[in-house]
Design a protein around this ligand. Structure first.
Ligand code: ADE
Length: 224
């Protein structure tokens, strides 16, 4: 899978993909991430990519021309299955959306900054708008990092059996059950007996029961 990202602050995306599971996905060539600096397509030698908004009001807007030139230059290289714009007014991001996106071949993500991007880009190029929550970040980069991480880790082959995504929270609309590691008794706090007895069927039943209890308690809306 290829993910291209257009950003005015590409440095923000250096670290999130350089470690752990994302690093492994890239090393296994299951995921290629390329971050493109929008200023490469600036309209003048001052690196301008934004301008005042029509109608007045505080905050700059990212201009059409650099974005169109960037998008179309990348479209020369790849046919994108989705062109995603990260925005707080987008569709709420969920595990289900991550699952769907992990099956795509080529994705382009546009990170907004300032007041956002000229509406005409959203109308004519963007195919999907994603929000990672009801709060406003200073730019789309951290949101894009969240989305790419969630997608990347479930691309088939990225995780091994031990880290399998199948037992993650949300995969079946349930939160994951509690987990424990050694020692079995820490300061008198005991690991539940069932986990120590080695009966895999009982353990499986216990985990499902705990998942349901936890979901009912913390996120009852998921059970509807
Ligand atoms: N850009 C700024 N805030 C955002 C959010 N909550 N989700 C996605 N992109 C954003």
């Amino acid at each position: 899978m290829n993910i291209d990202i257009i950003s005015v602050a590409p440095e923000l995306l250096d670290s999130p993909f350089a470690h752990s599971i994302m690093k492994r996905a890239k090393e296994k060539k299951l995921l290629q991430i390329q971050v493109h600096n929008l200023r490469n397509w600036a309209i003048n030698k001052h690196g301008q990519i934004d301008d005042y908004q029509y109608g007045g009001g505080a905050g700059m807007v990212m201009m059409c021309e650099p974005l169109v030139n960037a998008i179309e230059a990348l479209q020369q290289q790849k046919k994108f299955d989705e062109i995603i714009f990260m925005t707080p007014d987008g569709e709420p991001f969920t595990q289900q959306k991550a699952n769907q996106l992990s099956l795509k071949e080529n994705i382009l993500i546009i990170c907004g900054h300032y007041k956002g991007i000229d509406e005409r880009i959203r109308e004519h190029y963007v195919t999907l708008e994603i929000s990672i929550g009801d709060y406003v970040l200073s730019g789309g980069e951290l949101a894009a990092a969240v989305v790419v991480d969630a997608i990347g880790r479930i691309i088939p082959g990225v995780l091994n059996d031990e880290t399998s995504a199948l037992t993650d929270s949300f995969q079946d609309n349930l939160l994951a059950p509690p987990v424990y590691t050694r020692p079995a008794n820490f300061k008198g706090w005991q690991v539940p007996d069932v986990l120590l007895q080695g009966d895999t069927k009982k353990i499986e039943d216990w985990r499902l029961e705990q998942s349901i209890i936890r979901t009912e308690k913390k996120r009852p809306n998921l059970l509807k």
